[in-house]
Design a protein around this ligand. Structure first.
Ligand code: ZN
Length: 335
């Protein structure tokens, strides 16, 4: 028996500290409390920083202009963006070089059983979604590509090469892995991905430069709002659209039966309904991240079905892919 999150300490050991950045690592598929601070010997606590250093640190990558449109297409009051991070074996073992057979089999379930189940449900409800995929996940289980593309309205975005901890990498390695992933996904799916989701739900000091240079339309990894926003870099608007995520709206921390944050799926459903209710009342966006190898199990898929039914019971809801939402807010904002 192997704890799938056992490599956390190894990951922390990889943490690097760059001037002005305290990198936090969030391990999708592991506990959200996995936030580590670099403890470099020459680091100084924030109370000894100059005002200039504090400002430069937060301004490196920060939420800028609110891009929430007055209304979504068709006059809808809320956009519902469902995403599935198709991690499978990459996150249950491979990314940290873990060859544990049991963990890998748990990941394979995602491709073998869970993803088909998720797609059947989306078909039944007529709902489009975005699938953020580490390239290796498709390489190992290529049938997933046809399954996702069969409906004709789902989006495939990129989620790293092998779910590498991008926030801990040097720029050259991070860029090379992402270019390799995009190249593979473009070839395998016939479409170049325009959406990026960082495998660690975090940026290195170089991530924003890399995804800007590679021409991504949007990112979906950061957490500064419930609404879409433009990312500023050192105080300057970049034109990069952020469709923000949140650990509250992620199934991995709460539905991992061996995780410290495990919560009864029925209770989790109530949290997600409450999140939707306030998104609906405020007229904004409901962006929900799930993982086939968690949400696709039998006792979880019924919760997702109930959530979709609940949302579809409301007027003025626009179900869309992340790409459709990003393109819409880009047009509305004149970016
Ligand atoms: Zn992931």
């Amino acid at each position: 028996m192997e704890n799938p999150c056992r490599s956390l300490d190894a990951a922390r050991a990889l943490m690097m500290h760059a001037a002005g950045f305290v990198l936090a690592v969030s391990l999708t598929g592991c506990q959200p409390a996995a936030v580590a601070r670099a403890e470099a010997a020459d680091d100084e606590p924030g109370w000894r920083w100059s005002d200039e250093r504090v400002e430069a640190t937060v301004n490196a990558v920060r939420a800028g202009r609110d891009l929430q449109p007055d209304a979504w297409p068709g006059g809808a009051r809320v956009a519902v963006l469902l995403s599935f991070d198709v991690d499978n074996e990459t996150v249950t073992g491979l990314r940290f070089g873990d060859a544990t057979v049991g963990s890998l089999s748990q990941g394979q379930y995602g491709a073998r059983v869970a993803l088909p189940r998720v797609l059947d449900l989306l078909d039944e409800k007529g709902v489009p979604a975005s699938f953020f995929t580490p390239a290796v996940s498709f390489r190992l289980n290529p049938h997933q590509i046809d399954l996702i593309q069969a409906a004709g309205h789902h989006e495939i975005g990129v989620h790293g090469w092998i779910h590498e901890l991008n926030s801990s990498l040097e720029a050259d390695e991070e860029r090379a892995l992402l270019e390799r992933a995009v190249s593979y996904l473009t070839e395998a799916t016939g479409v170049r991905p325009l959406g990026y989701r960082a495998p660690s739900w975090n940026f290195s000091p170089n991530t924003l430069d890399i995804i800007r240079e590679m021409g991504f339309l949007y990112d979906s990894s950061l957490m500064a709002d419930d609404r879409p926003y433009e990312i500023n870099q050192n105080g300057v608007p970049t034109g990069m659209i952020e469709l923000p995520v949140e650990w509250i709206m992620d199934d991995a921390p709460v539905l991992n039966p061996r995780g410290s944050g495990y919560t009864n799926p029925r209770e989790v459903l109530q949290v997600w309904k409450d999140e939707f209710d306030v998104a609906y009342a405020e007229g904004t966006m409901f962006l929900h991240t799930m993982h086939p190898h968690y949400i696709g199990h039998r006792s979880r898929i019924v919760v997702l079905e109930e959530l979709i039914d609940y949302i579809q019971g409301h007027e003025g809801v626009w179900f869309a892919t992340h790409l459709q939402a990003a393109q819409y807010v880009k047009d509305q904002a004149g970016l």
